[in-house]
Design a protein around this ligand. Structure first.
Ligand code: ATP
Ligand code: GLN
Length: 146
């Protein structure tokens, strides 16, 4: 319920058309997150296996009284989705809802401005290069036609 009303503030970049939504999630949640994004029309995304430390490491540090060591890094999955400005909030909500367990270690989402997009094959740039045939925007447009 909190996720449905989650707001994303892009006001720091008032004229930026595209954003990169970078999420760090539990690795075993990745297939679910990807399938939720795909069924919502996200056609372009990149994932990576990463290792990180957050609250889990912080707690450990306090109990042990020592700095976290390399072994405190836990395996995570990173998902990168570049989308149009108008899609950032929806995409962030989809990721948050599908990655959520409520336990420490669910992860975080970082949103970065993207100045431009270039499709190498065609040399297209900007909105044309960012747009994906049959993607989220096309799905929305075809719903509005009906
Ligand atoms: P085309 O020439 O039609 O663009 P392509 O195979 O060269 O086809 P894509 O498949 O669209 O290019 O994308 C290549 C890779 O770029 C993908 O595998 C993915 O990792 C990454 N990618 C594409 N679009 C996005 C996006 N919007 N956000 C994040 N990563 C993307
Ligand atoms: N903004 C694109 C579209 O709706 C989708 C981008 C993506 O799939 N990452 O066409």
């Amino acid at each position: 319920a909190e996720l449905e009303s989650m707001k994303v503030d892009l006001s720091a970049f008032p004229s930026c058309q595209f954003f990169s939504v970078d999420a760090i999630v539990r690795p075993w949640r990745l297939p679910f997150v990807v399938s939720k994004l795909a069924s919502s029309g996200i056609r372009g995304m990149t994932t990576q296996d990463v290792r990180g430390v957050g609250m889990q490491g912080g707690l450990r540090e306090r109990y042990a009284g020592t700095e976290f060591s390399d072994t405190d890094l836990v395996s995570k999955a990173k998902i990168n989705v570049v989308v149009a400005r108008t899609q950032v909030e929806l995409v962030s909500r989809i990721i948050a809802a599908s990655a959520y367990t409520g336990e420490i270690g669910d992860g975080k989402i970082f949103i970065h401005p993207v100045a431009d997009v270039i499709r190498i094959r065609t040399a297209e740039t900007g909105a044309v290069a960012e747009h994906m045939e049959g993607g989220m925007e096309d799905m929305r447009a075809s719903l509005e036609d009906k």
